[in-house]
Design a protein around this ligand. Structure first.
Ligand code: SF4
Length: 72
């Protein structure tokens, strides 16, 4: 379980946009997303590597939300 970051994904939003799962997988510099048949999988081990770069939320403002689990 990640300590610092939670990534909420709305799989329905991802599914209805062709190519979005692959785009998320490509856009994340630390490879948190993996395209799967029915949306994206999250690579749990990579979650705490998140740099809060925002690229995933730019790729899908409605489908992805990165939540900081700490203050600072
Ligand atoms: S904010 Fe950046 S590093 Fe974090 S999950 Fe999104 S794309 Fe990956």
């Amino acid at each position: 379980m990640a300590m610092f970051i939670r990534v909420d994904v709305d799989q329905a939003v991802i599914r209805k946009t062709p190519g979005l799962a692959a785009k998320l997988a490509e856009s994340c510099p630390v490879k948190i997303f993996k395209a799967a048949g029915d949306g994206v999988d999250l690579v749990e081990d990579a979650l705490d590597e998140c740099t809060l770069c925002d690229l995933c939320m730019q790729a899908s403002p409605e489908g992805v939300k990165v939540v900081k689990l700490y203050e600072g």
